[in-house]
Design a protein around this ligand. Structure first.
Ligand SMILES: *Cc1c(COP(=O)(O)O)cnc(C)c1O
Length: 409
């Protein structure tokens, strides 16, 4: 079966004699056993739950994996990934990574006795050089976030394996519809299920998928031992989101092409980052390993204030971190997803204060382009282009409330 079919055509409730057509939410912590010395298929929900089991089987199928594991968030999944590295070991990580992954590698990995080195994953020769020191795990994202840099998964897998390291690829940005890193030689694929897999902005979840039985056994042990698995209701939400994954990803990507065409035509845009562009430096490598450019892009204006004004003037884009939602969103990575990256590291990686990231959703693309055009005009101080009913200024819709101290994404 092809992926689009698999997403909706699967056994939603193995062994259930009532044959429900949607997977039941097994909202139970424990399972009665058939006898004092007899084991049932499940005993305790941390160790296994039928709702999560259906989800994990689906995730394994669509990532062409032997087994997949669902976690409470993408960060919980990446944290579980670090369990494949022994204390005293070393991780070689790409420079262009999600901000939260930076924080995990900078602040948590050292406390586990894991050393972390960084490399420009766009350059396989640099990866090869960096692997002269013994390394257990190489971690890349492709396309990278938020600059959409491309890493050659086949080349890096070959180099990593020659040096005795595993390769993990965070595939959140494209989803399994557009890229399957395990097919390209990666050993582990990671996802923030919060993004495309869930797709509706209503659940945080994470995924690891593997082919090798020994890696699956290690991950299964830690998922149970550390209690990091996804809860039954959240597993159900993710399963429900998955059913429309290919429809959403295809529609968002088509819209993204329209938005990219518009942005490329504006003189305010000094640089546009999207692997669908002829001019994208990683375009050829990307075309060899993925089935489309996806729906996340970023652009620069050369001026932080202009970028801020554009973001504030948008009406059809929610100002929010995250991506892969059916509704389009916009963020300034230096203020949101990448605030965990130090100012020095941001400067070194070319993450300017003027960088704007767009996640394109499934709206009518004409509304998205018209909204961007109006926001560019507004930011330039010109009249807002005519619209039948001009929306209220955003500030009026966002009353400022004193906020309690909180952790940031
Ligand atoms: C969002 C994200 C994560 C973290 O996932 P959460 O579900 O927010 O914990 C990890 N990697 C990438 C590429 C992401 O975009």
């Amino acid at each position: 079966m092809r992926t689009a079919t698999r997403l909706v055509r699967f056994d939603p409730a193995p062994g259930d004699p009532t044959r429900p057509t949607s997977t039941p939410i097994h909202q139970t912590a424990t399972f009665a056993q058939p006898g004092a010395d007899e084991d049932g298929p499940y005993d305790y929900a941390r160790s296994g739950n039928p709702t999560r089991a259906v989800l994990e089987a689906q995730l394994a199928r669509i990532e062409h994996a032997e087994r997949a594991f669902a976690y409470a968030s993408g960060m919980a999944a990446l944290s579980a990934l670090l369990r494949l590295v022994p204390s005293g070991g070393r991780v070689l990580a790409a420079e262009d990574l999600y901000g939260g992954t930076h924080r995990l590698l900078e602040k948590v990995a050292p406390a586990l006795g894991i050393r972390v080195s960084r490399v420009d994953a766009g350059d396989p020769a640099a990866v090869e050089r960096a692997l002269h020191a013994p390394t257990q795990l190489v971690l890349v994202e492709t396309p990278g976030n938020p600059l959409l840099s491309i890493a050659d998964v086949r080349a890096i897998a070959e180099i990593a394996h020659r040096r005795g390291a595993l390769l993990a690829v965070d595939n959140s940005l494209l989803s399994p519809i557009l890229q399957n890193p395990l097919e390209l030689g990666a050993d582990v694929v990671a996802h923030s299920g919060t993004k495309h897999l869930g797709g509706h902005g209503d659940v945080t979840a994470g995924v690891l998928a593997v082919r090798r039985a020994d890696l699956a056994a290690t991950l299964a042990f830690h998922q149970n031992a550390e209690g990091s698995a996804l809860a039954p209701f959240d597993a159900w939400l993710l399963l429900r989101g998955l059913k429309t994954l290919h429809l959403r990803v295809d529609a968002a990507q088509r819209n993204a092409a329209e938005v990219a065409r518009f942005l490329a035509s504006r003189c305010e845009v000094t640089r546009l980052h999207w692997p669908g562009l002829e001019s994208h430096p990683g375009r050829d490598v990307h075309a060899r390993q993925a089935r489309g450019p996806g729906s996340v892009m970023s652009f620069e204006t050369g001026c932080a204030e202009t970028s801020r004004r554009i973001v504030d003037a948008l009406r059809c884009f929610t100002i929010a971190v995250s991506f892969g939602n059916v509704a389009s969103s916009v963020s300034l990575p230096c203020r949101g997803s990448h605030r965990a990256v130090s100012a020095a590291a941001r400067a070194e990686r070319g993450l300017g204060d003027d960088l704007v990231r767009l996640s394109i959703g499934v709206e009518d693309p004409r509304d998205l382009v018209a909204d961007l055009a109006a926001a560019f005009d507004a930011a330039a101080g010109g009249a807002v282009t005519s619209s039948a009913s001009p929306p209220a200024p955003r500030a009026a819709r966002r009353p400022r409330r004193p906020s309690p101290p909180r952790a940031r994404s």
